[in-house]
Design a protein around this ligand. Structure first.
Ligand code: T3D
Length: 259
């Protein structure tokens, strides 16, 4: 049987491919467990960047609704959010290295919000983002009600979530929801080049930058200034900071170790 997640280790980075293409990579428990294990493994210092993408024509259609159509009625959805979706978003945000997302096709429901939780999102021009929850009577989850208003403002977030209309990759880029919409044919090359580049960068500094950005969503300016001070103190003690400064004064490319 095909694995629901394909894990490919590269030189310093890991590519994770959601692999249930006949279900547009919708999540069942097996995929949740495999992705959780792979993200935990990516915490190893040998991995300095992660690339998340989907197999086939979709990125991810959120929860597998086939698993919710049983004659006995659905399970307690609060429990499944607590057990699977919330930990996934926390894993992505908490991972001390960049997570690149290559949205290769439609991203719907939790699938869209999982993409928005990643650090740098590239999308194929043909991809669409859909807050599909309203179509089936659910509430946007996986951090959507946190990320969307902050990324695109309240008016656009509300309309996206209440209307569940598809948003094109190009509009997602122009609204600031994602980093870039790129040609379908070049998406994976660009995303892999980005992950490979990030894997050569000062990983601790990037992890601390990610921590500062994560905190900024809910901090006031004074708290954020204090946090920047503390994180900068930590960054200033890393070997990669010393290497970065040495390389600059010696006018040579830096060779970052990730420490
Ligand atoms: O339950 C909990 O634990 C709570 C957590 C919820 C999190 C959520 O994500 S809730 C939201 C769930 N997702 C959706 O509501 C999206 C459902 N899918 C769609 O609306 C459409 O498939 C798309 C707009 C994403 C794409 O449309 P289209 O026309 O490109 O493709 P399609 O023909 O609808 O789908 C292709 C196949 O994938 C199809 O199977 P078939 O007919 O070829 O055998 C379709 O049934 C299947 N598929 C698509 N999405 C899902 C799915 N199968 C199961 N679950 C899905 N979510």
């Amino acid at each position: 049987m095909e694995p629901s997640l394909i894990v490919a280790e590269h030189d310093g980075w890991t590519e994770l491919t959601l692999n249930r293409p006949d279900r547009l990579n919708a999540f069942n428990e097996d995929l949740h467990r495999a992705l959780a294990a792979a993200l935990d493994a990516a915490a190893d210092e040998a991995c300095r960047a992660v690339l998340l993408t989907g197999a086939g024509r979709g990125f991810c259609a959120g929860q597998d609704l086939g698993d919710r159509a049983s004659a006995d009625g659905p399970p307690d959805l609060g429990a499944t959010i607590e057990a699977f979706y919330n930990p996934l978003i926390r894993r992505i945000r908490g991972l001390r290295k960049p997570v690149v997302c290559a949205v290769n096709g439609v991203a719907a429901g939790a699938g869209a919000n999982i993409a928005f939780a990643c650090d740098i999102v590239l999308a194929a021009r043909s991809a669409k983002f859909i807050q599909a929850f309203a179509r089936i009577g659910l509430v946007p989850d996986s951090g959507g009600t946190f990320f969307l208003p902050r990324l695109v403002g309240d008016a656009r977030a509300r309309a996206l979530m209440l209307l569940a209309e598809p948003l094109s990759a190009e509009k997602a880029e122009s609204w600031g929801l994602i980093w870039k919409a790129v040609d379908d044919a070049t998406l994976m090359d660009e995303a892999r080049a980005l992950a490979a580049h990030l894997a050569t960068q000062p990983t601790q500094g990037l992890a601390l930058t990610k921590a500062a950005l994560n905190a900024s969503a809910s901090n006031g300016l004074d708290t954020q200034l204090d946090l920047e001070r503390d994180l900068q103190r930590e960054a200033g003690r890393t070997p990669d900071y010393r290497e970065g400064v040495s390389a600059f004064v010696e006018k040579r490319p830096a060779r970052f170790s990730g420490r």
